[in-house]
Design a protein around this ligand. Structure first.
Ligand SMILES: Nc1ncnc2c1ncn2[C@@H]1O[C@H](COP(=O)(O)OP(=O)(O)OP(=O)(O)O)[C@@H](O)[C@H]1O
Ligand SMILES: [Mg+2]
Length: 232
C-alpha cells in the first residue's frame, strides 16, 4: 500500500440482519483517506456514513472486502489486538457523543490516557489543558448532563484528540455548535491533519465548514460514487 495512505477500503460491504430482513448497507466501498489531509464524507441520511466510519474504526466488522488502516489489515488482528490498535492509533467523535455520564468532563477526556497507562494526575492535567484550549476551562468538573450539547461535543472532541492518535474519525463534530465554535473545532482538526503522519476523516452535513476539506467523498446508497479534490 502507498505510504501516503492512512485508510484504504477495497470492495467493502456491510450487511445487517439475517435471512429475509437482511439489508445491504455498504455495497462495495472503494475509498482512501490520505495522510496529511482532512477528508470529508458527505451524503444523505441513511446512505451508510456512520456504518463506514464504524467499519474503518474497527467497531463493526465488514461483511466482505478489505480495510487497511495505517498499513494494518484490520481482519488480521484478533479482537484484543484491535482494541490495542484502536487505543493507540485512533480517536473518534461519535454522532451521539457517548460521554460517560458518571465521569466529569476532565475525567472523560482523560480516559484514553488512563487506558494507555498514564498516571491519573498527569492524565487529568493533560485533559484539563486541552479542554481549556477548547474554551471549557470553567467546566472541567461538570458532568455531561450539566453541559450544553455544544459543550458535550467539544468534550467528545477533546477525548478523541488527547492521546494524539494518527487517525481521527469524527461523525458530525460541528452539528451542535454555532458557526464560530464550529470553525474553531475545524481549525483544531485541521491543525492535527497537516502533520504528514496523521489523517482526519469527518462526516458532516455542515456546509459552513466545507472549506476545511482537502477532499470530499460523496456517499450514495452504500457506495462512494464521487470524490472532489478541493483547491486550498
Ligand atoms: N445495527 C443496525 N442494524 C440494522 N440496520 C442498521 C444498523 N445500523 C444502521 N442500519 C441501517 O443502515 C443504513 C445506514 O445507516 P447509517 O447510520 O450508516 O447512515 P448515515 O449515513 O450515517 O445517516 P445519518 O446521516 O442519518 O447519520 C440505515 O438504513 C440504517 O437504518
Ligand atoms: Mg450517521
Amino acid at each position: 500500500m502507498d505510504a501516503s495512505v492512512a485508510v484504504s477500503c477495497r470492495s467493502v460491504t456491510k450487511d445487517f440482519g439475517q435471512g429475509e430482513s437482511r439489508t445491504k448497507v455498504l455495497r462495495g466501498v472503494d475509498f482512501e483517506v490520505n495522510l496529511g489531509q482532512m477528508t470529508f464524507l458527505v451524503g444523505e441520511s441513511g446512505s451508510g456514513k456512520t456504518t463506514l466510519l464504524s467499519v474503518i474504526a474497527g467497531l463493526l466488522d465488514a461483511t466482505a472486502g478489505e480495510v487497511v488502516v495505517l498499513g494494518q489489515p484490520l481482519k488480521r488482528l484478533s479482537n484484543h489486538q484491535q482494541v490495542v490498535f484502536r487505543r493507540t492509533n485512533l480517536g473518534f467523535v461519535f454522532q451521539q457523543f457517548n460521554l460517560l455520564p458518571a465521569l466529569t468532563a476532565a475525567e472523560n477526556v482523560a480516559v484514553p490516557l488512563l487506558a494507555q497507562g498514564l498516571p491519573r494526575l498527569r492524565a487529568i492535567a493533560k485533559a484539563s489543558d486541552l479542554l481549556t484550549s477548547l474554551g471549557l476551562g470553567q467546566r472541567l468538573n461538570a458532568f455531561p448532563s450539566q453541559l450544553s450539547g455544544g459543550q458535550q461535543q467539544r468534550v467528545a472532541l477533546a477525548r478523541a484528540l488527547v492521546h494524539e492518535p494518527r487517525l481521527i474519525v469524527c461523525d458530525e463534530p460541528t452539528s451542535a455548535l454555532d458557526a464560530a465554535t464550529g470553525r474553531s473545532v475545524m481549525e483544531l482538526l485541521a491543525s492535527f491533519a497537516v502533520r504528514p503522519d496523521r489523517a482526519v476523516l469527518v462526516v458532516t452535513h455542515d456546509s459552513r465548514v466545507f472549506d476545511f476539506a482537502d477532499r470530499i467523498a460523496h456517499m450514495n446508497d452504500g457506495i462512494i460514487d464521487r470524490i472532489e479534490q478541493q483547491q486550498n
